[in-house]
Design a protein around this ligand. Sequence first.
Ligand code: HEM
Length: 279
Amino acid sequence: MIQTNPFAELATVISPVAMQAYIILMLLLVVGGTILDMLHKKSAQYFFENAKKAKKSAKRTVGVGEKGALAVKTIANEVLTSGEFANPRRRISHLFTMYGFILFVVTTATLIFAYPGTTEVPAMLPQLWHLGAAMLCFGGYWFWFFIRVDVSAEGHPWYRVVRADLFIVSLLTTATFALLWSGNQGSTIGWVFFALFIVSSTTLFGSVMWSKFAHMFFKPAAAFQKRVTKADGSRENLPADYDLTDPAVQAKFPDIPTYMGKVPPNMGLGIKREGSSHY
Ligand code: HEM
């Protein structure tokens, strides 16, 4: 099964041109949904106004070269290796979900546009298509059943679904029904899985305005801006990371030595001291 182009058999019923038109429609829905999302939430306006405000409270100017270096760091860290996740399980699950999705989307487009309706494809392509869907399922179901905050910290059962789950649920059903369709091609149940696959993928790509889909475009920009605010000293108006044993800091805040002694212990970030599990 994993060696076969799943879209080749489909071409006996649905023309490759119709498949290509569907992919283009999905692409347009993502672009349109992202633009509408930005206009509706005014997120781009907020982002640029906030960046302007940060510039005003900047302690130093960050040059073009330094900004380039920060962009490279953002790509290498936050974008390619999900470096924002402090929890290693969340990070690994996100990496599987993200690279699985990218593999699945790229191989789908390649099979449909470069090899329309033929079984004569490099064996690696269908293999990567199945691998991408399987990776997405692995990372996504791990997240759904064990990692997401609703379940792991807030004590909600795994089967509670709210609107905020639109993205993850449609991602998971798309990949799951794609695999089930591919494994059952030629049978009636195979067509049922195919119909569910199309309903899921149309929901995934058609609901960008209401789902978390567009985070894959916004998060890199936000991560880059966060690095800039650290480099220019504006720090989003957060206090500096003081060394409490520094006499200059103690002179500035005399209640520190009064209440904590001359050598206060570094207690780290309160938020990292204990996982939330008291619900
Ligand atoms: C192919 C692309 C991607 C996919 C399929 C994907 C998938 C996901 C999923 C399923 C979640 C959990 C959403 C939920 O809470 O329901 C998530 C969260 C997150 N993603 Fe992605 N992601 C992608 C790209 C990216 C990129 C490029 C970045 C960063 C540069 C990123 C950063 C994050 C962060 C920080 C969260 C946590 C958000 C939160 O808890 O509010 N993702 N992603």
